[in-house]
Design a protein around this ligand. Structure first.
Ligand code: GRF
Length: 195
């Protein structure tokens, strides 16, 4: 299974996926990594000799034009699966319609709790004693697509956004790698993701 990954930031989850895909016998290979900016995480792909591309959001007049350019690059790559791993942009509906359901996203909360760009901060602000990590199929909403995998993560006294996010990310990575593995080995059918 060929996989394209999109990021915006440090790409720690991408790095975990790259490490997993480098293991002999992992049934998927990362064929390209893209970003909506000069993301530092692109260096992880370069380290593995994997092609990278950027479609800078600020280079386009509208979100729609950015989305069209990004869709074009993804079409060129022609991956079987597109993984959003820390992409901090909402994708325009035409791109979602073109690539879903073979378009998945990780989110650092127990969806449908705390969707959106600040899931970790929002969980802290809500004072909950547990949050989580989720892997979903992207739909045209905000973190509202079908849930493929999710797991609870405790919020500990004294947590701040960084310590909580650092506890969530390893869970997120494990769930993401497992979902990619299951899509690749056919045990998870994204067309009918009965969880
Ligand atoms: C991840 O927790 C992702 O779910 C969220 O932002 C974080 C990105 O971290 N959207 P990284 O870029 O993978 O280190």
């Amino acid at each position: 299974l060929s996989v394209a990954v999109l990021i915006s930031g440090t790409g720690s989850n991408l790095r975990a996926l790259l490490d997993a895909a480098a293991e002999p016998g992992f049934p998927a290979r990362i064929v390209a990594v893209g970003a909506d900016r000069d993301a530092e995480g692109l260096a992880h792909a370069t380290h593995f000799g994997i092609p990278t591309f950027t479609v800078p959001f600020r280079a386009f007049a509208t979100r729609e034009e950015w989305g069209e350019a990004l869709a074009g690059r993804l079409r060129e790559v022609g991956a079987d699966l597109v993984v959003l791993s820390g992409l901090m942009r909402l994708l325009p509906a035409p791109l979602v319609d073109e690539f879903a359901p073979r378009l998945i996203n990780t989110h650092p909360a127990f969806l449908p709790e705390f969707p959106g760009a600040h899931g970790v901060r929002d969980a802290l602000a809500a004072g909950v004693d547990e949050t989580g990590a989720s892997v979903i199929i992207v739909d045209s909403g905000v973190d509202s697509g079908p849930i493929l995998a999710q797991e609870r993560v405790p919020v500990l006294p004294g947590d701040d956004e960084e310590t909580l996010h650092d506890r969530i990310k390893p869970v997120e990575r494990r769930l993401l790698i497992d979902v990619v593995r299951r899509v690749a080995d056919g045990s998870l059918d994204l067309e009918s993701p009965a969880r």
